[in-house]
Write a protein that binds this ligand. Sequence first.
Ligand SMILES: [Zn+2]
Length: 293
Amino acid sequence: MLKEIGSGIWQVEGPKPGPHIVVIGGTHGDERTGIEVVKSLQPMFAGGEKRVEKGKLTLILGNEEAIRLVKRATLPEHNLNRLFSDGHLAGPVLDFYESRRAHQLAPILSTADISIDIHSTALPSMPFLANLFGAKREKVYRWFGTDIVLADPDFILGGHRASTDEYVESCGGIGICFETGWEKDTSTRAVVTESILNILADQGLMKPDGPLRPPKRKYRKYQFSKRVPLTKAGFRYAGDYSGSFQDVKKGEIIGYHGDVPEIAEEDSAIVLQKSREKWAIGDELFFLARRVK
Ligand SMILES: [Zn+2]
């Protein structure tokens, strides 16, 4: 039976050995989809509707304090998904909730064979996977409804290894991060829950309801190549670059920092654009990602 082993952390172990799978929602407290997915899986395993036959399942509400506040984090600078870094985890627990939470979750994540962290975007976006490529990961993430994978092997997003999936990978597990798409699209919740149940069945943790039919997908693979921050000079786009994974050609002027053009150095896609009201000097305006063949 599923037991609460910590605040917002539930775990159940099957009678036979098998992989440890960790499912996290609400690492960012205002991204409802992942929170709803964890909250719908929790009673299925607590109530006996679903049974873990092999291995171990851990369900986590990531940033519980921020979930209560309906905010991304308790303070904007306390992004829980940047705190799974070697430096932070090796140091003392700092005097804020996310530091305590990262230190509490790290030992669980370090024993995960597979972790699945569910995020969603503030602006309309196609769903995509934000984790490394590779056949062993694809066997897991193929169940999610997307054909886009955006990897960050050079840690351009956080500057260093810092997210749950990156931490799990550094511990020898498979770290998956699924961006379900636009937060306001509530239809994804049931679909994402179904994808996770399929992953659990495919990994042998539980019996499938029917025959498993893994989707066959041809992936568009991207890799973060550049972070473009807002400078004191300000920024204006040279055109409409609001599309999700919108192509930009080598030499194309995307916009201007004051008078200085931001020119694409190679054929890329523009990703993770920040909405204007969230712009802050030093923070990213957007990222560029190159297509990987
Ligand atoms: Zn997020």
